[in-house]
Design a protein around this ligand. Structure first.
Ligand code: FEO
Length: 212
């Protein structure tokens, strides 16, 4: 059974991950409005990543006999002056999430909850990748500056990003993040992110199903 203090902190963090998805959805919409379809796609994929994070916390709290408590999600900003500003804000947000994860690890250690310390290690590693991925785009935008042609080229590149479900061990898909789908049962993710319906288990659509 999970300690109440840790359970509350995990629930609070689950809300932060939902906020991340909400923030990136707002950023994606902002890019769509600016006709930067590639950037919009990149953010859509990021939303899917964030929902995997949400699902991991959700499953873990339940697995430990805790209660999932969903609370109101703050409104994200709705407008940015440039792609550069979007990625500056996004990186700042990811750095905040990293600090929140580190604080959770500290709490789990203080409460001698080794299972939660172990669970959080995936997120410690994930945050290194998250910050690096946002920073990579940010640095390129800084180089591009006001060069519209270069921005157009980067937008094309951003269109190629696809969602890949996380692996647990080499070559394995983490089946805990997969959801059943059929023509009659639509999971939240499929409705929300317009993922294609299949008659298998999927989070990433047919591509993920095909690799199972
Ligand atoms: Fe869930 Fe991007 O951290």
């Amino acid at each position: 059974m999970i300690n109440k203090k840790v359970e509350n902190a995990l629930n609070k963090h689950l809300n932060s991950e939902l906020y991340s998805a909400y923030l990136y959805m707002s950023m994606s919409a902002n890019f769509e409005s600016a006709n930067l379809k590639g950037f919009a796609n990149w953010m859509r994929v990021q939303i899917q990543e964030e929902m995997v994070h949400v699902r991991k916390f959700y499953d873990y709290i339940l697995q430990r006999g805790g209660k999932v408590v969903l609370t109101a999600i703050d409104s994200p900003p709705a407008g940015w002056v440039s792609p550069l500003k979007v990625f500056e804000d996004a990186l700042t947000h990811e750095q905040l999430v990293t600090n929140l994860i580190n604080a959770l690890v500290n709490l789990a250690f203080a409460e001698k909850d080794h299972a939660t310390v172990n669970f959080l290690q995936w997120f410690v590693t994930e945050q290194v990748e998250e910050e690096a991925s946002f920073n990579d785009v940010l640095q390129r935008l800084r180089i591009i500056g006001k060069d519209g042609g270069a921005l157009f080229m980067l937008d094309k590149e951003m269109a190629a990003r696809v969602f890949v479900p996380p692996a647990t061990t080499a070559g394995q898909i983490d089946k805990r993040v997969l959801t059943p789908c059929s023509t009659r049962t639509r999971c939240f993710l499929q409705i929300f992110f317009s993922l294609p319906l299949t008659n298998n288990w999927s989070i990433g659509g047919e591509q993920a199903c095909a690799s199972l």
